[in-house]
Design a protein around this ligand. Structure first.
Ligand SMILES: *Cc1c(COP(=O)(O)O)cnc(C)c1O
Length: 445
């Protein structure tokens, strides 16, 4: 019944018109008249359908997706288990509001989150619609449970666009500029950024802790909030030992360690969560993006004593943990397990790192290649320096787009190209995508 809705999509990249094509251009004109100009225009190619790692636009071009809608469609577009679960759920019921009359799939997602997140302590979860909403709630819970208010965040951090999460996010343009006033009691400290600070993990942690202790005061701090591998901020992988040192400090000082795994979680880095690579056990983990394969769902999972400190009615929302999104998450988790996609993420990482490292040998604009699993980036610089080269990043991504490959830019200075292919991408598709990226880099040398 369901499969008859989808016409088969090929597995190859195929550009048959200029990009954007004529139908996309027409739609883009309509968009300009109807959609706020405040939304980013990444690549105005309008999508008609998608399967696996291929997006088909309204002009019939087949684009290779190396962005997964920003690390969301890890199990691929139109993954059969997800299509099936969502279709059946839509026909069954679409909404009751979990706070009014509950349903099993919400509970099942929370059970899965308890099982998959690090640590074997007692945990509970609450579900929301977006990453930003999960972060807001994680901070609410940490403040209530500790009776303290200060929140520590890091340079280059990205946590969302709502009022509190704008304050938590580092970069002014485009996220914060003229949108203030911002929420108080948010304090920013330096991140470990090996390419730029050259510090060991423990030294970078000591630098951050010193600032917290002298400028803020440990007894004022409710939570330390960190992306274990930064996303929008530039795929910054902290030096080994940075996260464990911060985690130990929070434990010693009664501070809630919140890992924002919204981009780095759910298999992306080759493990369920990026903190697992360093054996860190957060007090609270936030999830979204890859959690439900494209359906809007986010989770806050934490130590039961923190999560359950909240009075009844203190957490919630009309749509949070919507049944359609909940079954999508269950299908996503099942697919990640059945298809061994965490292992695959590691393999993809090895292939991408090898390809970019070899490219970096003969191209002077690649300053750094980094990442874990299927979360890999290259930081572009002015040749012979570490000066950020945003123009080159833009040119490379442009080249990729013109050749039908979706690649994304990130970084505080807009000079980092990130690759986030769906974990189901084939070796041939990945090789094809990397060849285009490589040609793009060589073209702007
Ligand atoms: C995307 C993202 C968010 C915000 O999630 P939304 O669903 O866009 O609100 C928060 N933190 C990180 C690390 C993200 O990548």
């Amino acid at each position: 019944m369901v499969s008859s809705l989808t016409t088969h999509v090929g597995t190859e990249r195929k550009v048959i018109t200029e990009l954007p094509g004529p139908k996309s251009q027409e739609l883009h004109e309509r968009r300009k008249a109807a959609v706020s100009a405040g939304l980013t225009v990444g690549f105005p190619v309008y999508i008609d359908r998608a399967e696996g790692a291929i997006l088909v636009d309204v002009d019939g071009n087949q684009l290779l997706d190396m962005g997964s809608g920003i690390a969301v469609t890890g199990i691929g577009h139109a993954a059969p288990a997800l299509v099936d679960a969502v279709s059946r759920q839509v026909a069954s019921f679409t909404h009751t509001c979990f706070m009014v009359t509950p349903y099993e799939s919400y509970v099942e997602v929370c059970e899965a989150l308890s099982e998959l997140t690090p640590g074997d302590h007692a945990k509970t979860s609450a579900l929301f619609n977006s990453g930003a909403e999960a972060i807001e709630n994680a901070v609410k819970i940490a403040r209530l449970a500790t009776g303290k208010s200060a929140v520590i965040v890091f340079e280059h951090a990205y946590h969302g666009r709502t009022n509190l999460t704008m304050a938590l996010t580092a970069k002014n343009m485009p996220y914060k500029d003229r949108f203030g006033p911002f929420a108080p009691e948010v304090y920013r400290v330096p991140m470990s950024y090996p390419f730029r600070d050259g510090l060991s993990g423990p030294d970078a942690a000591a630098r951050a802790i010193k600032i917290i202790e002298t400028d803020i005061g440990v007894h004022n701090v409710a939570a330390l909030l960190i992306e274990p591998i930064q996303g929008e901020g530039g795929f910054v992988v902290p030096a080994d030992g940075f996260l464990p040192a911060l985690s130990k400090w929070t434990t010693d000082n009664g501070v809630v360690f919140i890992a924002d795994e919204i981009q780095s979680g759910f298999g992306r880095t080759g493990d369920w969560f990026a903190v697992n690579h360093e054996g860190v056990i957060p007090d609270i983990v936030t999830t979204a993006k890859g959690l439900a394969g494209g359906m809007p769902l986010a989770g806050v999972t934490g130590r039961a004593e923190l999560m359950n400190a909240v009075h009844e009615g203190g957490l919630g929302g009309t749509y949070g943990g919507n049944p359609v999104a909940a079954v999508a998450a269950l299908a996503t988790i099942q697919t990640l397990k059945e298809q061994n996609l965490l292992e695959r993420a590691k393999e993809l990482g090895e292939i991408m790192l090898a390809s970019l490292h070899s490219l970096a040998k003969d191209v002077a604009i690649i300053g750094d290649v980094r990442g874990r699993g299927a979360m890999i980036a290259m930081e572009l610089v002015q040749p012979g320096t570490k000066t950020p080269n945003a123009a080159a990043a833009k040119a490379v991504v442009n080249y990729c787009q013109q050749h039908g490959v979706i690649a994304l830019i990130c970084g505080t200075d807009g000079n980092v190209i990130r690759l986030l292919p769906p974990l189901i991408i084939s070796d041939d598709q990945l090789a094809d995508g990397l060849a285009v990226v490589g040609a793009g880099v060589r073209s702007v040398r």
